[in-house]
Design a protein around this ligand. Structure first.
Ligand SMILES: C[S@@+](CC[C@H](N)C(=O)[O-])C[C@H]1O[C@@H](n2cnc3c(N)ncnc32)[C@H](O)[C@@H]1O
Length: 280
């Protein structure tokens, strides 16, 4: 096991809000439960981070350095066999590469530069093929700032044995920009849901007084069901609130075709309260 301690190592890091501590606690615990729980069932376990960032972040309000999603995955006790990191900012990807090489030089890691939506074939090409008698299971973390992850990207990846933990930016992006996204000139929601006719469904939902974030979450789950993922209710999508004004920011939703993954997720939810950061 690699013990990773965040420090200022002279390489670029991202600044984050204190609420991100909650996200790291949740995804870090899920990484551990997944990699340990699946190690005897799946000979090859792969971790994909579509929106990697540089590996270390600094909490704006406190100056505290923290380990972020790619290096949380690198540090689990029962290591993943393969890592695929995608990041659109060259300097952040290079910082991540340098940290991975320093902290775990033997890790099998691929670094994909660019928009994950455009680079999905390159990402898929890095997923190992199943060897005879053994399967490959992938865990994919999807952590964008907004609703820029296209459904077509998730659909392409769903051709593999793959679970997704998705940050759905339903409040901080979708709800805040609802007017812009409703404009016929915007294709943002259409690409996010993969549904050209979404405006009509939204009008029906609005008449039933369903909120825009909830409408998007439920449509998303329905689209995932078409890819044979188990349905995920709104309540099971973990809400994360801003520490500054206590407003909801996003929901973290797990999508898997197997009940076992939801048992891990329930454990994660059990150890976390609605907003408090927890130690593990
Ligand atoms: C919310 S941050 C998340 C970083 C990381 N997952 C973490 O735990 O802190 C999103 C990251 O994705 C990168 N990014 C933005 N759009 C992207 C895209 N279309 N494809 C890949 N990376 C992208 C940003 O530069 C940023 O580093």
């Amino acid at each position: 096991m690699v013990e990773i301690i965040a420090e200022d190592d002279g390489l670029p890091y991202s600044d984050v809000g204190a609420w991100a501590e909650d996200k790291y606690a949740l995804v870090g615990l899920y990484d551990r439960l997944f990699s340990t729980g699946m190690k005897n069932k799946w000979p090859t376990r792969v971790y994909i981070d579509l929106y990697s960032g540089p590996g270390f972040v600094r909490v704006r309000s406190t100056g505290r350095m923290m380990v972020s999603s790619p290096l949380l995955a690198l540090g689990v006790p029962n290591p993943f066999d393969k890592f695929i990191f995608c990041e659109s900012q060259p300097a952040l990807l290079e910082a991540l590469r340098a940290r991975v090489n320093r902290l775990s030089p033997k890790a099998d890691a691929s670094f994909v530069l660019g928009d994950c939506n455009e680079k999905v074939e390159e990402i898929c090409a890095q997923i190992p093929s199943p060897s005879t008698g053994g399967g490959v299971l992938t865990f994919c973390f999807v952590d964008p700032y907004d609703i820029s992850i296209r459904f077509s990207t998730v659909k392409r990846l769903s051709a593999y044995h793959i679970d997704f933990l998705c940050l759905l930016a339903l409040h901080q992006d979708a709800n805040r920009n609802i007017k812009r996204y409703l404009s016929p000139r915007s294709s943002k929601v259409e690409k996010f849901l993969g549904l050209p006719g979404w405006r009509q469904s939204w009008r029906a939902a609005e008449n039933q007084r369903i909120s825009f974030p909830r409408f998007l979450a439920e449509e998303y789950s329905r689209e995932m069901e078409k890819l044979e993922y188990l349905p995920v209710s709104w309540d099971r999508m973990r809400q994360v609130r801003s520490d500054e004004r206590n407003l909801p920011l996003y929901r973290l939703a797990l999508f898997s075709r197997h009940q076992r993954a939801y048992q891990f997720w329930d454990e994660v939810l059990h150890y976390s309260s609605d907003q408090r950061t927890f130690e593990f």
